[in-house]
Design a protein around this ligand. Sequence first.
Ligand code: FE
Length: 139
Amino acid sequence: MSERSGSTDKADWSKKQWREVLTPEQFHVTQEKGTEPAFSGELYGHKANGIYKCVCCGQTLFLSDHKYDSGSGWPSFYQPADDTGVETETDSSHGMVRTEVTCRQCSAHLGHAFDDGPAPTGMRYCINSASLKFVAKKN
Ligand code: FE
């Protein structure tokens, strides 16, 4: 099967292509490293059992098993789903030194990681709802 028209590798997609498939807020967060307003995202208080995937490429990023109520206003996880979904790197923008969390597959900006999370990891992955797509686990 040939897919010559349009790259299927979303890591190579242009801003123009992303703008066509994402909502303005999803685009701002994932492609411009934006942050949605606290308590605004629909997945903040979301407690259903399932998988949180990258809204851009569908990569599995986080699991409901690791989600907790951080009180921060953004969906928070104490660890990623596995070692392959997310990437972290130092972000020195906005006069702060933070750890940026991105999708390892398509480089979408997801949020930031802080070391004030609960046991067992002590980590808080503070993730924008706009960067996530929730898929309920089938029973
Ligand atoms: Fe992605």
